[in-house]
Ligand binder design. Structure first.
Ligand SMILES: Cc1ncc(COP(=O)(O)O)c(C=O)c1O
Length: 401
């Protein structure tokens, strides 16, 4: 093993002498009480007080006008794309460096993902590179953006706040305006992250959150659609509840729709988790500071800090290897995982997956480089507090010995 790989592994082993996972759910609040209330009353399914309460609390926390709770982040994205009028054979710009759900949901609509490159400063879409690319390949015809190479409409852009770090939204909003693209924020990872003054998820026409078990807060499985538009919110609510027309006893559905509404029992977990979110976010920032401190001055890697315009939730911490040291990353992954310290590489890039290999793309050199240089570090919501408790117990032990 090279000296850099040895050094990084040693730092992580010193920090985590015991096995540690990448991101685990923490239930330390009213979860049992709220879930018990669902069981006691029988309100376990898609109606009940916790679903509405969870939505209103999310509206307040994210400062979004309308929140619609759904069964997961993937279904939230699916509805966002459908309501953005993404249709069969449209193209949708998405980063190649993302979780597979971003690309899958474009396909659910019969559309084609068009892969774009990432920026080393945000890990999200590179606005400048995309601007140059669109100048070359896109033109507006009858108010629709057309890919001159394929002849297909480019209908929308999905931006991702990668690992919780906000992408640089202002220039991307401007590009969407200029090219008549609907902007969707895949904010699955960024609850508690702010772009400038605003919570992520409020600049897109529609945005998606995820509450999967590995997210900052969890509802078991769950997600939400955010929008500022009343009409879109009403449509989202209708589409996610089988398009049932309200009636005391009759079953009338006015279009093909989905059974995507978040069950009350999951929302009960969500309400309890939201109460702990400020504490989780504080812990996550302290853990980020700790990582920053232990990796500061280690030549060959940089700890990835939030972009200057953002306040990040630091969902999953990122260590970025310099180009000359990419070979060391594999060794660190192997050594740390052998020691029970769960580290992970970045996702395989979407354009390299078999089902997306024929999709259109721009030059993806930065995403390709990032894929080889990113390593994800343990990031659970209360990990910093646990580390601190262990080190103060160790100090007490030393004092008493
Ligand atoms: C960027 C991104 N998009 C979408 C999703 C899908 O969310 P879910 O797993 O809740 O379906 C996730 C998370 O899993 C994600 O990380």
């Amino acid at each position: 093993m090279s000296s850099l790989a040895k050094k990084i592994t040693a730092i992580l082993i010193e920090l985590f002498p015991e096995p540690v996972v990448l991101h685990e759910p923490i239930f330390e609040g009213n979860e049992w009480d709220y879930v018990k209330q669902c069981l006691d009353t029988g309100w376990v399914s898609s109606a009940g007080k916790f679903v509405d309460r969870f939505e209103r609390q999310l509206e307040e926390f994210t400062n979004s006008r309308y929140v619609i709770a759904v069964v997961n982040g993937t279904t939230a994205l699916h509805i966002c794309l459908q309501l953005a009028e993404v249709q069969q054979n449209d193209e949708v710009l998405i980063p190649t460096l993302t979780f597979v759900a971003t690309a899958n949901t474009v396909k659910y609509c019969g559309a084609i993902p068009h892969f774009v490159d990432s920026d080393e400063k945000s890990l999200g879409i590179d606005p400048k590179k995309l601007e140059d690319y669109l100048k070359e390949i896109a033109e507006i015809r009858s108010d629709i953006c057309i890919n001159k190479k394929t002849g297909r409409p480019i209908r929308a852009m999905v931006v991702v706040h990668t690992f919780g770090h906000p992408v640089d939204l202002d220039p991307l909003v401007e590009l969407c305006n200029r090219y008549k693209l609907k902007l969707i924020e895949d904010a699955a990872e960024s609850l508690g992250s702010y772009y400038k003054e605003g919570h992520t998820g409020n600049r897109g026409v529609l945005s998606a959150l995820s509450f999967n078990g590995n997210k900052v807060i969890t509802t078991g499985g769950g997600g939400a659609i955010l929008t500022q538009d009343k009409n879109l919110a009403e449509q989202a609510r209708h589409l996610t509840t089988t398009a049932k027309v309200p009636h005391k006893w009759d079953f009338m559905h006015d279009c093909v729709a989905y059974n995507y509404r978040l069950p009350n029992i999951n929302a009960a977990l969500g309400c309890a988790q939201l109460e702990q979110l400020p504490d989780f976010l504080t812990n996550k920032r302290l853990l980020a500071e700790k990582y920053n401190q232990v990796f500061c001055g280690v030549e060959g890697v940089v700890y990835f800090n939030e972009p200057s315009y953002a306040r990040s939730n630091y969902w999953i911490n990122v260590l970025l290897f310099n180009r000359e040291y990419v070979d060391d990353l594999e060794a660190v992954l192997k050594q740390t995982n052998d020691q029970g310290i769960m580290t992970r590489p970045a996702w395989n890039l979407m354009h390299t997956l078999p089902m997306f290999s024929e999709c259109p793309r721009m030059n993806l050199s930065m995403a390709e480089s990032l894929r080889k240089r990113v390593i994800n570090l343990p990031s659970s919501p209360t990990l910093f507090r646990e580390l601190n408790q262990k080190s103060s117990r160790a100090d007490d032990g030393e004092k008493n010995s």
